[in-house]
Every structure is written in C-alpha cells, then in structure tokens.
Design a protein around this ligand. Structure first.
Ligand SMILES: NC(=O)c1ccc[n+]([C@@H]2O[C@H](COP(=O)([O-])OP(=O)(O)OC[C@H]3O[C@@H](n4cnc5c(N)ncnc54)[C@H](O)[C@@H]3O)[C@@H](O)[C@H]2O)c1
Length: 325
C-alpha cells in the first residue's frame, strides 16, 4: 500500500510527506520541481515528472502498488491565475483530469485533494462552515472548485475523495528543515518575515480601514505541520470507508494583520517595518474556519497557536533567507 503524493516537493506537500512517513506509511512523490525543491523531500522517494504524463503515472501505480493519492500538484498564485488563466485551467484542472483517468485505470480509489478556503470567496460571515455557498472570485479558486465538482461526480465511479479546504497555511517545520521561500510566496507570513530580515524589502499592509476591531483583515492561520497531519487523518478516514466529502482545515480562530504583526514584533524583538497601503481588490474582510467537521470526522485538531507559527517561520527565514537556494 503506497500513497502517491503529487507536488510533494512543494511547501505543504513536503511537510505532508514527512507526516505520512512518521505515520509509517509508504510514500512516493511525483513533482516536476518547477515550483518545488528536491531538498524538501529529504530522503523520500522522488520521481521528477508531470501528473499529466499518463504513461509515467501508470508506471508509478504499477511499480509502487499505489492505493491512495494525496494531490497537491497545482499552481497557487491568485494574481498569476488572473493574468494567465489558461495556464491555471490546464495545470490545475486538465492535468488533474488526466491524473484521475490514469488512477481509475489502476483502481486507485482513495484521493485527498488540496482545495482552498478561496472557494468561499467573500463569505457572509465567519466562522465559515462547509455549508456556506461557494463563490470563487478568481481563476485559481475557480480551478479548485472545478476539481471538487469533478471529484463529487467521480464518486459514482467508485473514487472516494476528500477535498480539504485549507485556510492560511503558515510556518515551518519545528526542526527547521522545511519551510517557505519568501521569493516565491505572496503570503502574509513570509512577507512579514522578509520585512523583518531584509532591509531592502518594502512591506505594505493592504488597508487598515476595514470594519474589524483594528481595521485590518482577519484570517485563519494554520501551522503547516498541523495541516500536514490533517492529510494523514484524511487517508485514515477514506480507509475506514469514508465517503466523498469536503472539509475545512483551519484553527477556527481569526487573527488580524495587526495582531500578527504584534506577535512577530515580540518574537523578533523589533517592530515590523511597514506602510499602510490601499485595500487590495477582492480581499474579504474576515475569513476563518468552522473546523467542527474536521474535529468530528477526521478527529483532527490544530495543536499550534499563532506564536508557534510565527516563531517557526522566524527561525526558518533567519537561517534560510534564500529558501533552499
Ligand atoms: N499555501 C497555501 O496557503 C494554500 C492554501 C490553499 C490551498 N493550497 C493548495 O495546496 C497545494 C500545495 O500548495 P503549496 O503551498 O505547497 O504549493 P507549492 O507551489 O509549494 O507546491 C506545489 C508543488 O506542485 C508541483 N507541481 C505543480 N504542477 C505540477 C504538475 N503538473 N505535475 C507535478 N508537479 C507539479 C510544484 O513543482 C510544487 O512543488 C496546491 O494545490 C495549492 O493550491 C495552498
């Protein structure tokens, strides 16, 4: 029984590969390395290739007796998805369809999918449950929802899947071996770390006049190690006859940008240099998860708090200012 991890050399994939191996699961990673790093896989089996390469995926399924897949491989930059939509539809949806076709031909019936809270768009209120209507507001989110819909319909064909709707993944591994590269991430935590550690970097907070207690946007930051464990639990769920579903993976706690900057300043022992800019188009005011379903169905609970997320990120970026380069 081997789990194929697509995109396992990426930020969340690499953490999940470790979590799966810690849970004594056999793993094989498939990644183009276009946006991932060989070093992040550490000593797990890595095959460099594309999920759309049906001959290669077929060979992997046969050789490693693949019974389940955790599917991270995708592009994730919202801005790029709006300027290069075809690239996103092709890699995130069309290539995923090719992958699914190959998996079906090899009777792989358990599939964990990296979806995103972005499918909710601007929710009416938070915490957001899985019953909230989906309303993707960019091409990236559209592609995530499209795959969720494909998976829902493939349940009829016997494919059991769980689409994990991640909230804001952040932080680095506790042993400082795997983390993010601030040069390629648009996310808040790596930008805050860069503002603290790279004097040339200009960091702008997008708006402080929102209808929140301190005027800045509220998000749900989840430690990447907690997120990784959710995938192990998701495979357990599918293996104990769990049927196709979607599930939020967040802490259930909302944190404003200002609150995050305060925690970062305490850890770094200096203020985070920043300016206040205009609101960014399409940024929802407040989004955090209702994690009841993950707690109940996956028996999953976040174990790290914001302090732990920021501390791990600060340690990582202080020691890896160029990522893995
Ligand atoms: N980072 C977040 O906060 C976040 C939030 C919600 C959802 N997600 C989703 O989680 C998944 C992983 O995110 P991440 O932050 O680790 O991204 P990442 O870019 O670090 O990792 C993606 C990996 O997939 C690989 N890849 C891309 N296309 C491929 C293909 N066709 N074949 C093989 N490999 C391919 C890349 O080389 C990279 O290593 C993505 O699907 C992303 O959309 C991420």
């Amino acid at each position: 029984m081997t789990t194929l991890v697509t995109g396992g050399a990426g930020y969340i994939g690499a953490q999940t590969v470790r979590a799966l191996r810690n849970a004594s699961r056999d793993v094989v990673v498939l990644d183009t390395l276009e946006r991932g790093n060989k070093q992040a896989v550490i000593d797990a089996k890595l095959i460099v290739g594309d999920i759309a390469d049906q001959r290669l995926v077929a060979k992997i399924c046969r050789k490693y007796k693949v019974t389940s897949v955790v599917h991270f491989a995708a592009y994730k930059a919202v801005g790029e998805s709006m300027t290069h939509p075809m690239k996103y539809w092709q890699n995130n949806v069309s290539s995923t369809l090719k992958l699914l076709e190959t998996l079906q031909a090899h009777n792989v019936s358990q599939f964990v999918f990296s979806s995103s809270a972005a499918v909710y768009g601007t929710p009416k209120s938070s915490p957001v449950t899985e019953k909230e209507p989906t309303f993707p507001e960019n091409v990236y989110a559209e592609t995530k929802l499209a795959v969720e819909n494909i998976l829902r319909s493939l349940a009829i064909d016997g494919l059991n899947s769980i689409s994990l709707r991640y909230f804001n993944a952040a932080g680095a591994s506790s042993d400082n071996k795997i983390g993010e590269d601030w040069a390629t991430s648009q996310n808040l935590v790596p930008r805050v770390m860069r503002a603290l550690l790279d004097d040339k970097f200009k960091f702008e907070v997008f708006g402080d006049d929102y209808a929140t207690p301190d005027g800045t946007c509220i998000r749900d930051y989840i430690h990447v190690e907690d997120l990784a464990v959710a995938h192990v639990k998701a495979l357990d769920y599918l293996e104990s006859s769990g049927t196709t579903t979607v599930c939020n993976v967040g802490t259930g706690k909302g944190t404003s940008v200002t609150q995050l900057l305060e925690v970062a300043a305490k850890i770094a022992k200096r203020e985070v240099p920043h300016t206040i800019g205009a609101r960014r188009k399409g940024d929802p005011v407040s989004v955090f998860a209702d994690a009841t379903l993950a707690n109940k169905v996956l028996d999953w609970h976040a174990t790290h708090d914001l302090q732990s997320i920021i501390q791990s990120a600060f340690t990582w970026h202080s020691t890896h200012p160029n990522g893995y380069r």
